[in-house]
Write a protein that binds this ligand. Structure first.
Ligand SMILES: [Zn+2]
Length: 265
């Protein structure tokens, strides 16, 4: 049933250490053993802060249930986006802290729950936008412009739901970054204009005064530049062809028609 609660945090009523239950009962029971301290319905994700009980009985899909009879906003489907956001927030915060940076992280509200994260790192004049919900083209441009007025470098990390915005940026800038969860961390997919995606750990990327640096991004940009140059060359060739065709065969200079050679031989 989709209304079952499948997310929790392991670090208290307002915690941010989010876990998603595995589909498999045995894996879910193992998770229960490893996190013996307990599970909470996180207030940071809009939940009630109450204790959660892990239900992983044979034959049933594992899920969390509130202990006792509580009224909670996070019943079922609404929980997933809120916890997704938490997971990304924690991983991005840890990644920047490991580089000695002090980010300001803000949740961006989407059409249904969390849209993603807006992270500003003033020391290096960078912003990182983690986009988890779909974002129309016009909204992407508006936000991208607005962020660029505030800081020198803006980097977008797109979740799978925001793929069309990623396609737009890829076409405009020649590289776009996908993002997905991997264990407790994040993977970044460096996308190029030929349709390739190279997945790297977020930990292998850097944020500096020169912006976001990911392994493979320079290659993706170089590919974009080559493809653009190829297109220009093809357009020039087509224009020359069209010009010749428009002049027609009778306008081509013929040696026998010239009274004398235009230049001394
Ligand atoms: Zn709750």
């Amino acid at each position: 049933m989709s209304s079952e609660l499948r997310w929790a945090v392991t670090d208290g009523p307002a915690g941010t250490a989010a876990v998603a239950l595995p589909e498999d009962g045995t894996a879910a029971r193992l998770l229960g053993l490893h996190r013996g301290s307990g599970f909470w319905c996180s207030r940071a994700a809009g939940g009630c802060g109450g204790r959660l009980v892990l239900e992983a009985r044979d034959g049933a899909r594992p899920h969390f249930r509130h202990s006792g009879d509580v009224r909670c906003a996070l019943t079922g489907s609404g929980a997933a986006p809120a916890y997704e956001h938490l997971r990304h927030r924690r991983a991005v915060g840890a990644w920047l802290a490991a580089q000695g940076l002090r980010p300001r992280l803000e949740e961006v509200r989407g059409p249904s729950g969390s849209g993603g994260l807006h992270v500003v790192v003033a020391e290096v004049s960078c912003a990182v936008a983690v986009q988890l919900s779909p974002l129309p083209d016009t909204a992407w441009r508006e936000r991208d412009d607005r962020y660029r007025r505030q800081v020198r470098h803006v980097t977008w990390l797109y979740g799978s739901a925001a793929e069309s915005a990623a396609d737009t940026e890829l076409a405009v800038r020649g590289v776009a970054y996908a993002v997905r969860r991997h264990n407790t961390g994040l993977l970044v997919g460096v996308r190029d204009v030929d349709g390739g995606t190279r997945w790297v750990r977020l930990g292998s990327c850097r944020l500096t005064a020169d912006g976001f640096a990911a392994p493979g991004a320079a290659e993706a940009r170089a590919l974009h530049a080559r493809r653009a140059a190829d297109r220009q060359e093809a357009a020039r060739r087509a224009a020359r062809c069209a010009e010749r065709a428009a002049r027609g065969p009778r306008d081509h200079p013929r040696v026998e028609a010239l009274p004398f050679l235009p230049f001394p031989a």
